[in-house]
Design a protein around this ligand. Structure first.
Ligand code: RIB
Ligand code: CA
Length: 310
């Protein structure tokens, strides 16, 4: 059965892949894309989303522009990974200028509207959590209106990727991440499962030189690998947002009900995920934490759904 899916993104290289996976899959119907600042500024993430949709002939998908700033902190961007403007010039120059504009609604309003409109909506929030937190602030019933909220963020038992303890998406807007975890009963898909499912270089080769779309996919994967191999030592691309999508499209992740808190203290552990694995706080679970991944199956889902689009 086709599920309705809303993508909240900060494209961003792996955000682009997540969008293309969703558009390529017949398991989900993408009802809209909402943009958030994160990897780059909101003007760029919004332009990139529109342009990525235009490139694959899907400018019919509505895009709603969202938060330009985190709640409390100034924006930390990840252009050092994703390139200036969120998609580096050699790839961005091959994408068309958008012929459409964002819809008039703010992303937070768009999310609430879509949740009310569809009774089977899944939200994949693969950037900083600001838009979803705003949507919950506006409509506290949001979590019960949707089928599920999947977050890309967190580092349960592993180290962070922006500070030693924090994953980028939770670090950028820790209070927003905390709000979504506290109130949204989300699926928390963190670096513990996204990193082992990195896309190896040899898999990237199969996208090379086949058509314009597949070459862009290949270049995105290769460029991100080049940027990350030096820092983290993976022989391939950690495409975290794609792993979230694989977890929505197929049964590649194992989730456990757990109690998680997000550090909002602004100190050295800001944005860290406090995962109460053994229940020492005695709190009721507040999320479904991804504790394991089938890396091979996950890679297959990523590759197959990307290939299905073109
Ligand atoms: O981890 C850095 C960024 O890359 C995050 O936005 C994540 O979602 C990915 O896009
Ligand atoms: Ca992202």
């Amino acid at each position: 059965m086709t599920r309705k899916l809303l993508l909240d993104v900060d494209p961003g290289l792996d955000d682009a892949l997540a969008m293309y996976m969703a558009l390529g899959s017949d398991a989900v119907d993408v009802v809209g894309v909402t943009t958030v600042m994160g990897n780059t500024a909101i003007e760029h993430t919004t332009h990139n989303a529109l342009s990525l949709l235009e490139f694959v002939g899907r400018s019919d998908v509505p895009v709603a522009k969202g938060a330009a700033k985190p709640f409390a902190d100034e924006l930390t961007m990840a252009e050092y990974i994703h390139g200036e403007g969120g998609i580096p010039a050699p790839i961005r120059d091959r994408l068309p200028e958008p012929t459409t504009d964002p819809v008039g609604d703010h992303a937070a309003d768009f999310i609430v509207d879509q949740a009310r409109k569809h009774d089977d909506l899944t939200i994949a929030a693969v950037g900083p959590q600001t838009n979803v937190a705003l949507a919950i602030a506006k409509e506290p019933e949001l979590p019960s209106l949707v089928d599920g909220i999947y977050q890309m963020g967190g580092a349960l038992k592993t180290t962070g990727n922006v500070t030693p303890q924090a994953s980028f998406n939770f670090y950028v807007d820790a209070p927003a991440a905390a709000r979504v975890v506290q109130d949204g009963y989300p699926h928390v898909v963190g670096l513990d499962v996204t990193e082992p499912a990195y896309v190896p270089s040899k898999v990237v080769d199969r996208f090379d030189g086949q058509n314009e779309y597949r070459q862009v996919v290949s270049d995105i994967l290769r460029l991100k690998a080049d940027n990350e191999t030096g820092s983290f030592g993976f022989d391939g691309t950690v495409a975290s947002d794609s792993v979230v999508l694989a977890g929505i499209l197929d049964d590649v992740l194992t989730f456990e009900d757990a109690y998680v808190a997000v550090d909002t203290t602004s100190g050295p552990s800001n944005g860290a995920t406090i995962y109460d694995e053994h229940g020492v706080y005695g709190e009721e679970p507040n999320c479904k934490a991804a504790v394991d991944v089938d890396p091979d199956r996950c890679r297959d889902v990523i590759v197959e759904s990307l290939e299905r689009l073109g």
